[in-house]
Ligand binder design. Sequence first.
Ligand code: SF4
Length: 102
Amino acid sequence: MRKRKTFTGCNAGHTFFHVNPFGKASICKVGREPNIDLITEGVEGLRGLGAIADSLLLRQGGCTGCELQGTCGTCMPLVQLYRKAKAPLATYCQHREKETPT
Ligand code: SF4
């Protein structure tokens, strides 16, 4: 729950990747969709990870046009997971709900 540094980019899918036990290669362990099926596509399929990474890291959905994205500390794939889990905004987004004074 520490304050994250501003997210300035990531080499996921370009210089490293993640493979699950079923042979699905993804850009990292956070951004697992879309992925490359190494069983059917073979190692050549890894060439597609760069394009997948570039699309996953673009601000999208509720982050499109966000004026605070220049100081946002959460990468887009992680934002997607927080949203899927219906996490409170305060855990990942600067547009946090107003906190109640204690
Ligand atoms: S501050 Fe919130 S809305 Fe803006 S880019 Fe970050 S997560 Fe998305």
